[in-house]
Write a protein that binds this ligand. Structure first.
Ligand code: SF4
Length: 409
C-alpha cells in the first residue's frame, strides 16, 4: 500500500461526464426532483441535511403541499409549521425556514436568491445548502458536498486525512471543482449525492457497478475502498433520566411550550425535567412540576417509562399522572395551557411526547413491564392514584424540561 498523498491529486478526465450520464439514466424519482423550483429545492436540502432520504419524502410532500410557496410559508403561524415538521426532528430547521421565508418576502419579493452569498445570509442556510440551492435550482457552477459527497470525493482522491478538517474539505472541493462540467452543475451535484446514497455506500461500496470506478483511487489502490474515509471513534451518547407529570383536571391536561430556541424549540410537552443524582423519580416529577408551574400535585401514579434516542443522547422518561392539589389557574399563560386530548393532537409535540401519549393510551396494567424498577411507586401513590380524565386514560405530553433543567424528551 502506498503512502497517502498530502493533498488530492487531480481527478480523472471524463469522470464528471460519465457520472452525469449515469445519473440521467438511473436517478430515483424523489418528489423534490419533480422540478427545480428554487423554493422546493431549498426546502428539500434543509430537510435532507439531517433526515434520511427515504424518510424525508413524506415530510417534504406534506410540507410543500401545505406551504407551496415562500409567501405561503411566510404567512403561516409557526405552530402550524412545527406541526407539519413534527417527527422530522431538528426543529430549529423549521423555525429557520419560517424566519427565512418571512425575510425573503420582506427583502426579496418572495423569491429565493440565486447568489450563494445572499443565500448564506438567510437563517439556517450554511455554505452547503447555499451552494446546493445555487447549483441545483439555478445551475450555478459551484461545488456542494454534503456527507455523501465528501465520502465519494474522498474515495475518488484517496483522501486519508480527517474529513472534519476545513482544509481537507477545501482540498476536496477544489478537486471536484476542477472537473465540474460546464452547463451541468445541477445534474452533477445531484449525481454525486446519488452515487453516495446508492452505490458508494459508507461501508461495502458496490464498486463493480460504479460508473466511475475508472477514476477512483480508493478502488484502484486500496484493498477495501470502503475503508475511506477513515472512521474516528464516536463518543458514547450520554444517557439522561427524567420524570414528568401528566396533570389532569376535568378531562384536560396541563402542557407547556418549550422556549423558541435550544432543543425542540417551540414544541409542547408536559411539565418535568431531569432526575437529580440520588433523587427518586416521583420526587423529581413533583419538584419539577412545582418549580416550573408553581402547582403542587396530589398523589402521583407511576404510569410507565418511555425511552427515546436523540442523535446526541438517550433519555428515559418516568411518567406520572396526578391531579392538582393547589389552584392551577395562575400557571396558565401564553406558553402553558390546559388542553383536551384532541387539542393536544393538534399541537406540535416532540416524538417522545407521542410515545408518552401512546403509553397512556394503553391499559395501565401493561404500563409497568419493561419500565424502570417501579420508580416513585410508593404505597401511598399506588393506593390513591389520581383519576384519569373522563372517558380515557390521561395523555401526557412529553414532560420536557424547561430551560433550567434541560432534560429533553
Ligand atoms: Fe465508491 Fe467504489 Fe465507485 Fe470508488 S469505485 S466511487 S469506492 S463505489
Amino acid at each position: 500500500m502506498r503512502s497517502p498523498p498530502p493533498a488530492p491529486a487531480p481527478l480523472a478526465p471524463g469522470l464528471a461526464d460519465e457520472l452525469v450520464q449515469w445519473y440521467r439514466r438511473h436517478r430515483r424519482a424523489w418528489p423534490w426532483r419533480a422540478d427545480r423550483d428554487p423554493y422546493r429545492v431549498w426546502v428539500a436540502e434543509v430537510l435532507l441535511q439531517q433526515t434520511r432520504v427515504d424518510q424525508a419524502a413524506p415530510y417534504f410532500e406534506r410540507f410543500v403541499a401545505a406551504f407551496p410557496t415562500v409567501r405561503a410559508l411566510a404567512r403561516a403561524p409557526i405552530g402550524r409549521v412545527l406541526k407539519l415538521w413534527q417527527g422530522a426532528g431538528y426543529y430549529a430547521r423549521a423555525h429557520h425556514l419560517h424566519a427565512a421565508a418571512r425575510l425573503l418576502v420582506k427583502d426579496h419579493g418572495g423569491a429565493v436568491p440565486a447568489n450563494v452569498g445572499e443565500l448564506e445570509a438567510l437563517p439556517g442556510v450554511g455554505p452547503y445548502i447555499a451552494r446546493a440551492v445555487a447549483a441545483i435550482a439555478f445551475g450555478r457552477p459551484v461545488v456542494a458536498l454534503e456527507a455523501n459527497g465528501l465520502r465519494v470525493a474522498a474515495r475518488w482522491t484517496r483522501e486519508e486525512r480527517d474529513l472534519r478538517t476545513p482544509a481537507v474539505r477545501a482540498d476536496l472541493e477544489r478537486a471536484v471543482a476542477a472537473v465540474l462540467p460546464a452547463g451541468s452543475a445541477a445534474d452533477f451535484t445531484e449525481a454525486v449525492m446519488e452515487l453516495g446514497e446508492t452505490v458508494c455506500a459508507p461501508v461495502r461500496p458496490d464498486c463493480t457497478h460504479c460508473p466511475v470506478s475508472f477514476g477512483c483511487r480508493a478502488f484502484r489502490e486500496l484493498e477495501d475502498p470502503g475503508s475511506l474515509p477513515r472512521r474516528r471513534k464516536r463518543a458514547a451518547r450520554p444517557h439522561l433520566r427524567a420524570a414528568l407529570v401528566v396533570l389532569s383536571d376535568r378531562g384536560r391536561w396541563l402542557v407547556q411550550r418549550r422556549p423558541p430556541s435550544g432543543l425542540l424549540p417551540g414544541l409542547w410537552e408536559f411539565p418535568g425535567g431531569k432526575i437529580a443524582a440520588g433523587e427518586r423519580p416521583d420526587a423529581a416529577a413533583r419538584r419539577e412540576l412545582r418549580e416550573e408551574t408553581g402547582v403542587e400535585a396530589g398523589p402521583l401514579l407511576f404510569r410507565g417509562t418511555v425511552r427515546h434516542a436523540y442523535s446526541h443522547f438517550t433519555v428515559e422518561l418516568h411518567v406520572f399522572v396526578g391531579a392538582p392539589a393547589t389552584d392551577a389557574t395562575a400557571a396558565v399563560g401564553p406558553d402553558r395551557r390546559w388542553v383536551r386530548p384532541t387539542e393536544l393532537a393538534r399541537l406540535p409535540v416532540p416524538k417522545a411526547t407521542e410515545k408518552v401519549v401512546a403509553l397512556l393510551d394503553r391499559p395501565s396494567d401493561r404500563a409497568s413491564p419493561g419500565s424502570s424498577p417501579r420508580p416513585g411507586r410508593t404505597r401511598a401513590s399506588s393506593r390513591r392514584a389520581a383519576p384519569p380524565p373522563p372517558g380515557r386514560s390521561p395523555r401526557p405530553g412529553t414532560g420536557a424540561s424547561r430551560p433550567r433543567s434541560r432534560a429533553p424528551r
